[in-house]
Design a protein around this ligand. Structure first.
Ligand code: PEP
Length: 251
């Protein structure tokens, strides 16, 4: 039995005032919700504030990225130790925006996964194909390649603690969601590939779906057998929408 998890990725959005209000609203809206793990991933500068607001609640906090080095002369970067010190339990690695806009390769994402896990963070590892790749019919190859890079570098023992997020790039921030069946097909593939590496862990590893999840489409997606919650971008910035998605995962 896998406990569903819903994680909000605020991306480069927010302010101290917004974080105060959103954290309070999410916390208040979670009373009566006990069957879902909830994670908020704010921009780095808001992590300490969100961690403080989450203290004593059922909400956990995560980073959106990390650097692979030990603390030192790496201007502008954030080490795993710093995320932990600021109150993070999770960290997103390999988000498609980092892959596409900041040149993160499969190897770097795999390295970040290993470092995050070794230091004690739960990595939320993003995989997913672009629209072009889907249209070329290579979704399976792309997702397998991204996953195998992680398995080779970080080992299959990181599962089931580590989490995978399948995020078709064409569905992120576009309002265009994968159908329940399209998402389930890839989630089943991911679980099958994981089982090939670690059959004991595959059944209990959580695989999240991400890509324009809204309260209106969440229930259908989350009812699929291999979808264990969501990684939510835009809709995590509105308490009402984020809570609607969490409730869908709880039912
Ligand atoms: C994301 O950023 O991981 C994401 C899924 O964004 P959105 O929900 O806005 O598509």
């Amino acid at each position: 039995m896998r406990t569903p998890l819903v994680a909000g990725n605020w991306k480069m959005n927010g302010s101290r005032a917004m974080a105060t209000e959103l954290m309070a609203d999410v916390h208040a809206g979670l009373s009566g919700v006990s069957g879902v793990d909830v994670v908020i991933c704010p921009p780095f500068v808001l992590v300490p504030q969100c961690s403080q607001a989450a203290c004593g609640t059922s909400v956990a906090v995560g980073g959106q990225n990390l650097d692979t080095h030990e603390p030192g002369a790496f201007t502008g970067e954030i080490a795993a130790e710093m995320l932990i010190d600021a109150g993070c339990e999770y960290v997103i690695v390999g988000h498609s925006e980092r892959r596409a806009l900041y040149g993160e390769t499969d190897e770097l994402v795999a390295h970040k996964t290993r470092v995050a896990f070794t230091k004690g963070l739960v990595p939320i590892i993003c995989v997913g194909e672009t629209l072009e790749e889907r249209e070329q019919g290579v979704t399976e190859e792309v997702v397998t390649r991204q996953l195998v890079a992680v398995l080779n570098e970080a080992g299959s023992e990181i599962f089931p603690r580590a989490i995978i997020a399948y995020e078709p790039v064409w569905a992120i921030g576009t309002g265009r969601t994968a159908t329940d069946a399209q998402a389930q097909d890839v989630h089943a593939l991911v679980r099958e590939r994981l089982a090939g590496a670690n059959s004991a862990a595959a059944e209990s590893t959580r695989i999240l779906y991400g890509g324009s999840v809204k309260p209106q489409n969440a229930a259908g997606l989350f009812s699929q057998p291999d979808i264990d919650g969501g990684l939510i971008g835009g809709a995590s910035l509105k308490a009402e929408d984020f809570l609607g998605i969490i409730r869908a995962a709880n039912s």
